[in-house]
Design a protein around this ligand. Structure first.
Ligand code: IVH
Length: 664
């Protein structure tokens, strides 16, 4: 009898999983909602009567009853990289040229995908069961959002397949909110007097960061799988096959994915989606073009934060018409005054736009923009919307006065050397400070969560923070008592600040907001200097001699040092970036395959270290392999190395090779 119940439960679960798959993954339901609900109720009843048989992988167990206290972190075993962008056919061809050059005479093909505008997530399956789900975070460490991700019906809790699933299989993809669900959610929020989400991506991100999975479950999120992370054994030899495998395992793969034999085919696919992507029921902001074969991806490798084997193609900016309601003057982080138009809200590229930059006062004059005018606005990529032209002047013309004082601190302003920008000359202007803090804490820089604009405003206005380093002196007790700041929120802010102390050097350099130094230059500087003190000690001459830095940046950095050395010394007391290995030739001509779990590196980091030392780090073992670096639980690659007689080294030996010569 008991055995029968167990069997019945197993069978019902199997049926429900199959129907979930048909409905949520294939979009081809075979039974009515009513029939499905009946099956589900039957399973629930049986489980309630026999709770000893309830297992976490049961379809009834997607939504956890208890809300979380907070999110813990998960370190990605293989980092989640970002992607370089292109904006036109010419840039796509240039990408293809670089690929061709690096792959020599070899043939290669592409896979072209939609660039889903959601939230990247890494799902970890162990022996076919979903064990964790993490957000991308900074690419190295993300938030554990397992409880919320389990509520997404398109994501299987158990993979299909007859035992032929790698023990560890990390699946990466995008969680998104279908447009219809987004519109419905905002309608409900408006009814309830809650603020609307600006776009489906924010709605998806907000829904995944809820502590109560019951609310997430009601948000109708979905998922497309597009890559693997850690794998205990290879799933396939190329990307297209991987996606085919995904489908067999019951994972949702976007049905529009196409193979392309050459860059012309890639461009055609990209252009055709430029015309029709707005008809999809999910938002996409471009296309992703990937080299298909994994061995070729290995050869191409990665630069900084992005692989060389893939590129995104961003759709051209969309435009919309709206009315200028008023014009404000904002003070930027280096004191530049920028006129900003407040607009009647309008939908643009999936976002509700209420403000647009007018760049500077010359531009404002050139455009001849005034309050009440109808204007055309445009949004390009991640950049804030801009006013392109005036479509119709207002009936009554209100001339705009160019400011003669800083709107925040009232100090004198002056045109700068190039004569375009007007700057607030007060180095202690609190408006500038707020912007510097916002930039420092921003996603591309120190990525300090919970430190939003409103809180930064309060920290500065109350005098708690007078420079960047003051952030690191904040205590929980300083925060409690600020607006909307309870115990829990204060804890979260302090934790996020602590977490940022370990950010990479490139992020710190970028976060300082030195003129002419953006993310890319910061990366180059960080690779050159390796440590914060070495960077601080750099002379103008040394800086100017670095490839891709040059005299303008060098002068700007030295000017910054001259003014801000005290601040840098203060920051140095708190910030503790991980040491960076510098490019050397220690492993010139040496091929090392990395396998298993290492203690000090993720596999990708070890491979990067090998490449930085001039070596090669392919993913499979062959006769050409010089060494196999084997960590714990090394599997088939280790077997193969032993079979081929390739020397196997451990992590300690590897570390020694990085500092001595690559010979044994
Ligand atoms: S592949 C190394 N494929 O785009 C990059 N990413 O701008 C591996 N994204 O963080 C990602 N659709 O969130 C890939 N079909 C797709 C994608 C996709 C959307 C997102 C992803 C990533 C971001 C990079």
């Amino acid at each position: 009898m008991v055995k029968d119940v167990k069997k019945q439960i197993r069978q019902l679960r199997g049926e429900i999983r199959e129907h979930d798959y048909l409905y949520y993954v294939l979009n081809q339901p075979k039974i009515s909602d009513h029939q499905y609900d009946k099956l589900f109720a039957e399973l629930k009843e049986l489980e309630q009567a026999n709770p000893q048989f309830i297992t976490p992988d049961s379809p009834t167990q997607r939504v956890s009853e208890r809300p979380l206290e907070g999110f813990t972190s998960i370190r990605h075993s293989v980092p989640m990289l970002s992607m370089d962008n292109t904006y036109n056919a010419e840039e796509l061809r240039a990408f293809d040229e670089r690929v061709r050059k690096q792959l020599g005479s070899e043939d290669y093909d592409y896979v072209v995908e939609l660039k889903i505008d959601g939230l990247a997530i890494s799902l970890r399956y162990e022996r076919g069961q979903l064990v964790t789900a993490a957000t991308r975070g900074d690419g190295e460490v993300g938030d554990d959002v397992t409880a919320n991700v389990r509520t997404i019906k398109a994501i299987p809790l158990v993979l299909f397949g007859d035992g032929k699933i790698p023990d560890v299989l990390e699946v990466r993809g995008e969680v998104y909110m279908p447009t219809t669900s987004f519109i419905e959610l905002n309608r409900l929020r408006a009814e309830a007097g809650e603020p609307a989400f600006a776009n489906p991506r924010n709605a998806a991100a907000g829904s995944l960061k809820l502590l109560d999975a019951k609310i997430t479950a009601a948000r109708n999120l979905s998922f497309f799988a597009y890559a693997t992370g850690e794998l205990s054994e290879p799933l396939a030899a190329n990307h297209y096959q991987t996606l085919e495998k995904f489908k067999k395992l019951g994972l949702p793969v976007n049905p529009k994915i196409k193979r392309a034999k050459n860059i012309d085919e890639v461009i055609n696919i990209c252009l055709s989606w430029t015309e029709r992507h707005s008809k999809l029921n999910y938002h996409i902001d471009g296309m992703v073009i990937k080299i298909n074969r994994f061995d070729q991806r290995d050869v191409l490798g990665a630069t900084g934060r992005a692989p060389r084997w893939c590129i995104s193609y961003k759709f051209p900016a969309e435009r919309a018409e709206t009315i200028v309601e008023s014009i404000d003057v904002q003070v930027g982080k280096s004191g530049i005054l920028t006129p900003v138009a407040n607009l009647t809200a309008v939908q643009l590229s999936g976002t509700a736009v209420k403000r647009a930059s007018l760049h500077n006062f010359d531009e404002l004059n050139r455009l001849n923009v005034g309050v009440g005018d109808t204007v055309v606005i445009e949004k390009a990529g991640e950049i804030i919307p801009q006013v392109i032209e005036v479509k119709a002047k207002a009936a009554v013309n209100v001339p705009f006065e160019v400011p003669t004082q800083c709107p925040i601190c009232g100090s004198a302003v002056a045109r700068d050397e190039e004569g375009v920008y007007i700057r607030c000359l007060n180095p202690d202007c609190l408006g500038q400070l707020k912007e510097r803090l916002k930039y420092f804490a921003g996603r591309g820089q120190m990525d300090i969560e919970h430190l939003g604009d409103a809180l930064i405003g309060q920290l500065v206005d109350t005098g708690l923070v007078r420079d960047l380093a003051d952030l690191y002196k904040l205590k929980k007790s300083d925060l409690i008592g600020l607006d909307r700041m309870g115990e829990k929120s204060a804890d979260n802010v302090i934790k996020a600040i602590r977490k940022s102390e370990k950010r990479a050097l490139a992020r710190i350099i970028a976060g300082l907001g030195i003129r002419h130094i953006g993310g890319q230059s910061a990366q180059i500087l960080s690779e050159h200097f390796g440590t914060f003190p070495a960077f601080m000690a750099a002379s103008e001459e040394e800086l100017a001699n670095i490839d891709q830095v040059g005299p303008t940046m060098a002068r700007s950095i030295r000017e910054y040092f001259n003014k801000q050395m005290d601040l840098l010394r203060e920051l140095l007391k708190y910030l503790n970036p991980p040491p960076k290995t510098q490019r050397t030739d220690k492993l010139e001509g040496v091929t090392i395959v990395v396998t298993g779990t290492l203690e000090n590196f993720t596999r990708q980091q070890a491979e990067q270290a090998i490449r930085q030392a001039g070596g090669k780090a392919p993913s499979s073992v062959s006769k050409k392999t010089d060494f196999v670096l084997a960590g714990k639980e090394a599997g088939s690659k280790l077997d193969k190395a032993q079979k081929l007689g390739v020397t196997v080294i451990n992590e300690k030996q590897f570390l020694e090779m990085l500092v001595t010569k690559g010979e044994q």
